[in-house]
Ligand binder design. Structure first.
Ligand code: ADP
Length: 414
């Protein structure tokens, strides 16, 4: 066995060696290197293989120990390989690492910088174009990336938002310009009248006439300012309507009396057919009065001769108020715009009729705050009919319910 093991040891390459101990605890085979080092008889591992690193002569070895059972006898086998080649490889690796690591770090950083630069280039483009957009050039849009990714979605969303901002700003600019223009007219009238009156001494009746004109112009501008304030407050959501359960018929009686005086003063017939049944609605009564008076005022204003009628009834859970006139009517082209701010249909017909074009915008806002609507039907030269629809209160919703959130005119796109 000694001889065979010796031959086998000779076949092992790379300086690997082994030793074998028999069941009686005596060495069966030991190469000279193990003998010289006088390594003690190895401890038998409980099971499997154990490893130890030790020096044999001048060399370091990694030894694997295993307990092997052959023919009922327990043999211990040590197999050892010199660690030097591994150490050398490790040293070479360490050396290479030491030399090239800084270079690798620099290269990796440069690559990272380049890659992030490439990835962030579209973001930078978006930032640059966004920085160039201001209130003066709101029509400009961000460049949309070609790739269909999140950045493209983001850019498209931002562009859509810019579109909405642009139209809101245009709306505000137009509103301001119209308001200034409309305010200039009565102010110019006041100034001109005062200047002419002051040029030379006049009779008392002349002064009175001038003062009457000044007063009318002042009243007109006061009304305009009040309407502008209403819309501005509504836009800002600052107008809080106070809703309560009330009988709409009572509001109608009140406005009807006012409209009758106006109509008769102009020589018009006035017909009132207000439902005698109570019409319970959830309403801010003063705002509702304002809405109905605006419609009745218009009916009187735009009816040179003929009649005005006010009617109310309930249908399918709704209270309906109808203001009808036999006046000038509204053309089909004007009809879709009469609720727009400052819109006045056909200036030649309404030239002699005072107005700002804000009354119906406010009326519609009030109706929508009540969760109601205003609809209009008209025929040019024959008259118009405006109908206000409001939800009736029934047993289920008879507890006064204010709209969940007070809408603004912006919400209602007045
Ligand atoms: P205004 O102060 O000019 O009356 P409104 O907002 O109340 O402003 O009305 C807008 C426009 O709608 C009016 O200028 C008028 O041309 C038209 N309009 C409103 N009501 C009537 C009506 N009953 N008959 C004819 N035209 C009307």
């Amino acid at each position: 066995m000694q001889k065979e093991l010796g031959e086998l040891a000779g076949l092992w390459a790379n300086g690997a060696i082994f030793e074998v101990a028999g069941p009686d605890g005596q060495w069966i085979f030991r190469p000279p290197r193990f003998q010289a080092a006088q390594t003690p008889l190895p401890e038998a591992p409980a099971a499997g293989m154990s490893f130890v690193t030790t020096n044999l002569e001048a060399l370091q070895y990694r030894i694997a120990r295993e307990r092997v059972v052959i023919g009922g006898g327990v043999f211990l086998i040590d197999a050892a390989v010199p660690t030097e080649p591994f150490d050398q490889a490790l040293d070479r690796f360490r050396l290479t690492e030491k030399r090239f690591l800084p270079l690798l770090v620099v290269l990796a950083s440069l690559l990272g910088y380049w890659l992030s630069g490439r990835a962030l280039a579209p973001v930078n483009r978006i930032v640059e174009s966004a920085e160039g957009i201001g209130v003066q050039n709101l029509s400009r849009r961000l460049e949309v990336p070609r790739e269909k990714d999140e950045l493209r979605r983001l850019t498209e969303t931002l562009n859509a938002m810019l579109g909405r901002i642009e139209s809101s700003v245009a709306h505000i600019t137009q509103f301001t310009a119209d308001a200034s223009h409309d305010l200039r007219t009565p102010l110019a009238l006041i100034r001109t009248n005062a200047e002419i009156a002051l040029r030379r001494p006049r009779r008392e009746d002349e002064y009175r006439a001038t003062l009457a004109r000044i007063l009318a112009a002042a009243e007109e501008s006061t009304q305009l300012i009040e309407q502008l304030l209403t819309l501005a407050r509504a836009d800002a959501g600052a107008t809080q309507l106070r809703f309560e359960a009330a009988d709409l018929s009572q509001v109608l009686y009140k406005v009807s009396a006012h409209a009758r005086i106006l109509a008769h003063a102009k020589g018009l017939r006035f017909c009132d057919a207000v439902d005698s049944e109570p019409l319970p609605v959830n309403t801010d009564t003063s705002a509702m009065e304002r809405l109905l008076l605006a419609l009745l005022d218009n009916a009187v204003k735009y009816t040179p001769e003929g009649s005005i009628s006010l009617r109310s009834y309930s249908r399918e859970g709704q209270a309906i108020v109808e203001v009808r006139d036999t006046g000038v009517g509204i053309s089909e082209t004007d009809l879709p715009h009469i609720f727009d701010r400052f819109y006045r249909a056909d200036q030649t017909r309404s030239r002699d009729v005072r107005g700002s074009g804000l009354g119906l915008a406010i009326a519609r806002w009030i109706a929508e705050m009540h969760r109601g609507t205003i609809e209009v039907a008209s025929e040019l030269g024959h008259g118009s009919v405006f109908r206000v629809h409001l939800p009736l209160l029934n047993r289920e919703n008879s507890v006064a319910v204010a709209p969940e959130r007070q809408k603004t005119t912006a919400d209602l796109a007045v």
